[in-house]
Design a protein around this ligand. Sequence first.
Ligand SMILES: [Fe+2]
Ligand SMILES: [Fe+2]
Length: 245
Amino acid sequence: MHALPALTRETTVGAIVTARPGLARLFEHLGIDYCCRGKLPLEQACAQRGLDPATTLTLLQSAADALGATPVEENAAGMTLTELADHIERTHHAYLKNEMPRLVEMANRVATRHGENDPRLFEVAAATRGLADEMFDHMEKEEIALFPLVRRIENSAGSACACDMLAAPIRQMEIEHDDAGRAISHLRELTDGFSIPDAFCNTHRALLAGLAAFEADLHRHVHKENSILFPRALELAARAPSPTA
Ligand SMILES: [Fe+2]
Ligand SMILES: [Fe+2]
């Protein structure tokens, strides 16, 4: 477990979750985006949500104290880049590959059966299909191109030829993370916050629960890439000797 950075209004929300992943739950609860907007200082993140920074700081500190008493917190920040890329593939990518087809199938079924009662269900199905397509395409780029490059940079102590090749794909992945974040926020709006009490049937209920779990997993997944893997890979690449040195 890493030490919590000195908590101030200037600490970025991404750095807070990197040091103490268990605090992601509090940010989820407060509606603070610690993944795609992980570079925002706490004060700005609070302002976007209409939250008082002083109160939020107190809440974070108490939650961090409470976490101190719990035994296991996933430690992505303590992994090597290779370990982290492997971990992301084994956990988040594997989860998405398994879960996305199931969500698409359920969303299609619910729209067919109940769309006439709530036309938004057709939009939910279309948005779920679109998000699944985007995520599969995105993961393929990471697994085939970007992650192997990151592993190569780490294992060759930063080969100069690879450094220039890293910035553009990372920027592209960050753009796609923003797109996925907007898509799941849209699905949250279309379903009134994944509201299960209003579900039409068990499949609809399972779909809403599945989308809520998808959102939570996406936030953790994107946080690990945007706030840990990518900046550390860029930092390592920047330290590599230039070809002319
Ligand atoms: Fe990923
Ligand atoms: Fe990604």
